[in-house]
Design a protein. Structure first.
Length: 237
């Protein structure tokens, strides 16, 4: 009897190996083709997969064919879902065509910066990140992403920045509240802004600023975290 109980315990306690779980979860590709599944990973809960699809992170429990939308946290305040969103964004960033961006700085640390020239949090970040403090520490690639639904003049200001002979100086002038009406908009600026927008939309970014230092994604004007991340990257060089 004891041997039977031990055998049953081992059967119940035997783990579901990640490879077995992932094979089960592959069915979602045919069952939900509209999801445009990019990657399937073991989820934070046993028996559950994490699905990267269309820029979103969702969860799938294959044994019951259940889908879960929303965020998973632990009691220590760790957001598993946000971490995965950041990993997804960091992967997509590697495919960006940096030739469309405004390049600034001559340092060894690569920084991708997505900003709206009329967003107050973006302006705060611009004045910090694009300052002499970092000029020899980072090479920044600035993508303008005007959110015209909340900032009606952001597209016009983005085009003026891109039409300027000194786009970073013009962007910082806007950040300090100065008017730049003397800058006339060029056709090349319109083409360049379209290229920026097309690329950022593919990243499923819906809020700015977004700063990527190396592979670390920083959302919002978290200046202390930006400084710590750049310092950490410099220490590795």
């Amino acid at each position: 009897m004891r041997k039977i109980i031990v055998a049953l315990f081992l059967l119940i306690a035997s783990p579901v190996y990640p490879s077995d779980l992932l094979r089960k979860c592959e069915s979602i590709r045919s069952e939900m083709p509209a999801f445009r599944v990019e990657k399937i990973l073991p989820g934070p809960v046993p028996g559950m997969c994490e699905i990267w699809a269309g820029g979103n992170v969702i969860y799938y429990y294959p044994d019951r064919k259940l889908l879960f939308f929303g965020e998973i946290w632990d009691t220590r305040g760790h957001n598993f879902t946000q971490r995965s969103r950041d990993m997804l964004l960091a992967e997509k960033i590697e495919k960006l065509d940096l030739r469309a961006a405004i390049r600034w700085g001559r340092g060894p640390v690569r920084v991708i910066f997505i900003t709206d020239p009329d967003c107050p949090y973006c302006r705060k970040t611009e004045k910090f990140l694009l300052s002499p403090l970092f000029q020899d520490k980072i090479t920044a690639y600035v993508f303008l992403y005007p959110l015209t639904s909340i900032h009606p003049n952001a597209e016009k200001h983005s085009l003026q920045v891109l039409s300027s002979k000194k786009p970073v100086e013009t962007l910082l002038a806007l950040a300090r509240g100065k008017k730049i009406s003397s800058v006339s908009i060029s056709k090349e600026a319109e083409r360049r802004l379209r290229r920026m927008r097309d690329q950022i939309e593919k990243l499923s970014v819906n809020a700015v600023p977004v700063i990527i230092v190396g592979k670390e994604v920083i959302r919002g004007a978290n200046l202390e975290r930006i400084l710590n991340s750049i310092s950490s990257q410099l220490a590795k060089k």
